[in-house]
Design a protein around this ligand. Structure first.
Ligand code: UD1
Ligand code: CA
Length: 481
């Protein structure tokens, strides 16, 4: 048998992820395993670890209330064909949960099933590797770790010769010898399906919690075959039971993401918070206080400077995003320069080498290549042609209180400062709109348009005006005495 053939046989045929508990300590309307960490739901992580290990199918054990929301959310992150759901009607313990998961799983008796909890987000495929081979050398393998403070965990009870005899849950500890044990159960197992099918129906809820403990299969299977507990790194198995643990795990995940990106050739300064779903190209720079969320993509050699928040943003190569810029569900072309304080709202497409500066807001707007709007503008429902220049303070009036209309500005058109473009309106190419103009009618290509009242200058009149105004004020003060 070749090495690869051997590995294929040893790889678990399916994984069962237990996620039917109530998660009451989260104090939340949202099911525990759907709380988000770094842009993914909690249960995503163990499922992903199993799939990355090469397990072809994952069964999620859910309860009747959480089935639908969990299935819906996971469909956003995985190929549905690889997931299966099993409903545990009442959460009567982890042994009962695995029974529910196994019910519709047609894995042959001699193949292994991987068992995980839905609330361990730090687990990776590498942490599960030692479990491979469960079907060959020992029908049941599990992971353990050593801690100073074992409270809450099941203790691994070994015989004199090191053989695993049983697991005793925290609330069922018998004596001082068991209390002194520091080796605990990680809650991660690989077991031959046949042994599970034989051991699970034999479980009895004779314990402090009146539950069917999965951990009792250790003594059950150990009575006739070899059970192995492999000591692993405790950090991989941190669980989420409340929101303090959720925050701690998310911080560790964010740290991991920053390190991965740094190794991929991205400069990371300080502690930007980057979702697991985000992609960043090589040689990019992400500064402190930045948040990159959702399906955001940052092109190579781009910079996202301090405090910027990008959600589902597609940013091209060599883009400079200056501090405190906000971009949502929009695209930014290569070489563009944005910010500081630019707000790019959903449906915007910023062209290559375009510039948007301080307090410029766009929404459902296409800004052509090399076009510029550098100061204090609102561009909503607009098409700005390539090379156009939008002067400071120019506002596109896209809303009449009832409906929204579009504005078109042609290529190379110059719009002076403080103009109002009242939609719907079309301004052609190479147009020159004078400062302070209110445009209400379409303007043909190449035209000059001005719409403001003419200036009147009265020489020497300023002093006369001051004298008159002072006299008025004095008269008023005298009459009120
Ligand atoms: C379990 C282990 C313990 C181990 C610890 C590691 C048992 C009896 N104990 O304890 O030895 O040290 O994990 O973290 O297995 N669940 C269901 N249905 C149920 C009960 C639980 O799906 O009826 C799910 C929960 O949603 C959770 C997982 O199983 O994802 C583990 O259950 P939990 O109650 O958290 O077990 P622990 O007390 O942590
Ligand atoms: Ca737990």
């Amino acid at each position: 048998m070749s090495v690869t053939q051997k590995e294929q046989i040893e790889r678990p045929a399916a994984a069962i992820v237990m996620a039917a508990g109530f998660g009451t300590r989260m104090k939340s309307k949202t099911p525990k395993v759907l709380h988000q960490l770094a842009g993914r739901p909690l249960v995503y992580y163990p499922v992903q670890a199993a799939l990355a290990l090469g397990v072809p199918r994952v069964v999620l054990v859910v309860n009747p209330d959480t089935h639908e929301p969990i299935a819906e959310e996971l469909a956003r992150h995985f190929d549905r064909a690889r997931l299966q759901f099993a409903i545990q009607q009442v959460p009567r313990g982890t042994g009962d949960a695995v029974s529910a998961g196994l019910r519709d799983l047609d894995v042959p008796d001699e193949q292994a099933v991987l068992i995980l909890s839905g609330d361990t987000p730090l687990l990776t495929a590498a942490d599960l590797e030692p479990l491979l081979g469960a079907s060959e050398s020992a029908p049941l393998r599990l992971l353990s770790f050593v801690v100073d403070e074992p409270r809450g965990y099941g203790r691994i009870v070994r015989e004199e010769d090191g053989r695993v005899a049983r697991i005793t849950e925290d609330r069922d500890l018998k004596d001082e010898r068991e209390r002194a044990i520091r080796e605990v159960n990680a809650g991660v197992y690989a077991c031959r399906a046949g042994e599970l099918r034989r051991a699970l129906p034999a479980l009895v809820p004779h314990n402090a919690q009146g539950e069917y403990y999965l951990t009792d299969i250790v003594a059950e299977i150990g009575a006739r075959a070899r059970v192995e507990a492999l000591v692993s790194d405790a950090r991989a198995f941190l669980g989420v039971n409340d929101r303090a643990e959720l925050a701690a795990c998310e911080a560790l995940l964010h740290d991991r993401i920053r390190k991965r990106l740094a190794r991929d050739g991205i400069t990371i300064r300080g502690t930007p918070l980057i979702d697991d779903t985000v992609e960043v190209g090589p040689d990019a720079t992400i500064e402190d206080g930045v948040r990159l969320r959702g399906k955001t993509r940052i092109g190579s050699s781009s910079t996202v400077d301090v405090g910027s928040v990008l959600t589902d943003a597609e940013v091209g190569e060599g883009v400079l995003i200056r501090p405190y810029t906000i971009i949502e569900k929009s695209r930014v072309g290569a070489g563009a320069v944005l910010g500081p304080f630019t707000h790019v709202r959903p449906g915007s497409e910023i062209g290559e080498e375009a510039h948007l500066g301080n307090f410029v807001e766009t929404k459902q707007t296409k800004v052509g290549a090399r076009a510029k709007a550098n100061h204090l503008s609102y561009l909503g429902d607009a098409d700005v042609g390539p090379g156009a220049n939008i002067g400071a303070g120019t506002i596109v009036c896209n809303y009449d209180g009832f409906s929204k209309s579009r504005t078109k500005i042609g290529a190379r058109t110059f719009v002076g400062s403080d103009c109002q473009l009242v939609a719907p309106v079309e301004i052609g190419s190479d147009v020159y709109v004078a400062t302070g103009t209110t445009v209400t009618e379409d303007v043909p290509d190449g035209a000059f348009v001005i719409g403001r009242s003419r200036q009147t200058t009265k020489e020497g009149y300023a002093e006369a005006l001051r004298v008159r105004l002072k006299a008025q004020k004095d008269a008023k003060a005298a009459s009120s005495k």
